[in-house]
Design a protein around this ligand. Structure first.
Ligand code: 6PG
Length: 469
């Protein structure tokens, strides 16, 4: 039996997903704190309207649905998810399923899965990507939960998902928080990719003094080649857009402060907890934080001197190569973090499948993901994407241009936090003899922490005590 569908949280995303579900032949019961959004949705739903049922409370929602029920939550992460679950538990029956489709912290999803399952109800934590457009016509979805909870819901999610050559962009990746973790890392990569684009835009705006309309065609052209991706495409469109009120380019009237809801930061926090570097994603999170300190930046510009203008010329081919190399490196960091989590939580994540699910519907969908999936079908040492037969030579062929762009930017005083961390990470990863011999020497000197030797077994101390006299 197919579960009857319900939805709590009928905002922009919820409305779009409800129409998608209805279009795929399911009736769906709706509840929202503010009922007027449901009225508006039904009014504009045309022939799909008869499939949509407005309810005025969680009790009424559950009553309106024959069992078994599947109730999707599309409410903000944190307290609203918690409140919805608490309201639902006493009303639901065994065989019913709660599906959290928001950007929840995967640790909360782990805990909630235990709690909800203990009450005899199924629970799925599903990362949903693609914004309102994706929700309406096919999002990419990353599922975590018990296989027995997933199987009955699978046909509906496959039907409403984005398709890549007919293959649904949804998959079950592991238990409890696995789906939300994969979505968190998706967003980490999203942050990095957005920042790389913003930095390249900045190089041309501030380094060359180009207008937005003189930068847009470059991104549009890149979108025809190996850098083809949703973010490349929309960046060209953002740069082309003209503000109807002032006739100015829209980007020129947008305040340069970026918001963030947490997923990028969580990627960095979880990476560090697992002893991994997410330096490119961290640069992106850091840049958003710095962007929000707009008033301080204005004061600092007065004291320290504002960035340069029209002081340098970049080669667009170098920029393209730099973006490609840094994009590959940020995907590589993201996948390495997924590998670390898979090991730590024993999820047995399927990296190739993750890349495939990201090929359509989600924000980071890009032409590279097919090759990334292929690379992971082979066996990569430690989950290192950059060691694959395909990506190693590709990366090596672009690194010099990434170095050139970053050098030009650094000498001119233009910020390139994400582009430059990509280089540093690359240079660290491939350094067979690192510099931690010095760290170990220092640790032993001040704390007698001991070190290993290249030429002898066992742990050793240096001769420093003699020096101390
Ligand atoms: C997506 C997006 C989406 C959203 C996030 C990140 O995959 O569709 O990642 O989930 O944009 O909320 O947004 P912030 O930039 O506000 O953190």
């Amino acid at each position: 039996t197919t579960a009857s569908m319900g939805l709590i949280g009928v905002g922009t995303m919820g409305s779009a997903l409800a129409l998608n579900i209805a279009e795929n032949g399911h009736d769906i019961a709706l509840y929202n704190l503010d009922p007027s959004t449901i009225d508006a949705l039904i009014e504009n739903a045309g022939e799909l309207a008869p499939r949509l049922t407005k309810t005025e409370s969680v009790e009424e929602l559950v009553k309106a649905m024959p069992s078994p029920r599947a109730i999707i939550l599309l409410v903000p992460a944190g307290a609203p998810v918690e409140a919805s679950i608490n309201a639902l538990i006493p009303l639901l029956e065994s065989g019913d399923t709660i599906i959290d489709g928001g950007n929840s912290d995967f640790r909360e999803t782990q805990e909630r899965t235990k709690r909800v399952e203990a009450a005899g109800i199924n629970y799925l934590g599903v990362g949903v990507s693609g914004g309102a457009e994706g929700a309406r016509h096919g999002p990419s979805m990353m599922v975590g939960g018990s296989p027995s909870a997933w199987e009955p819901i699978r046909p509906v999610l496959e039907a409403i998902s984005a398709k890549h050559n007919g293959e649904p962009c949804v998959a079950h990746f592991g238990p409890d928080g696995a789906g939300h973790f994969v979505k968190t890392v998706h967003n980490g990569i999203e942050y990095a990719d957005m920042q790389l684009i913003a930095e390249i835009y900045g190089l041309l705006r501030d380094g060359e003094g180009r207008k937005p309309s003189e930068i847009a065609p470059m991104f549009a052209r890149w979108n025809e080649g190996i850098l083809k991706s949703y973010l490349t495409e929309i960046s060209a469109k953002v740069l082309e857009a003209v503000d109807p009120d002032t006739g100015q380019p829209v980007v020129d009237v947008i305040v340069d402060k970026a918001g963030q809801k947490g997923t990028g930061r969580w990627t960095v926090i979880e990476a560090i907890r697992m002893g991994q570097s997410a330096s490119i994603i961290e640069a992106a999170v850091g840049a958003r934080v710095m962007s929000s300190e707009r008033e301080t930046r204005a004061v600092a510009a007065g004291i320290l001197g504002d960035g340069p203008n029209n002081s340098v010329t970049f080669d667009e081919d170098d920029l393209e190569a730099a973006f490609l190399a840094a994009r590959i490196l940020s995907y590589a960091q993201g996948f390495r973090i997924l590998k670390a989590a898979s090991d730590e939580f024993e999820w047995d994540l399927d990296y190739a499948k993750i890349a495939e699910v990201w090929r359509e519907g989600c924000i980071i969908r890009s032409a590279l993901l097919d090759d990334i999936a292929t690379a992971f079908r082979g066996n990569l040492p430690d989950g290192r994407l950059i060691l694959s037969d395909h990506f190693a030579p590709l990366l090596l062929s672009k690194m010099d241009q990434l170095r050139k762009v970053v050098s030009q930017a650094v000498l001119a005083g233009l910020p390139v936090a994400a582009l430059s961390s990509a280089i540093s990470w690359f240079d660290e990863v491939r350094q067979s003899r690192g510099t931690a011999d010095m760290i170990q020497g220092q640790r032993d000197f001040f704390g007698a922490h001991s070190f290993l030797r290249l030429d002898k077994e066992g742990s050793h101390h240096g001769p420093w005590h003699a020096d101390r006299g």
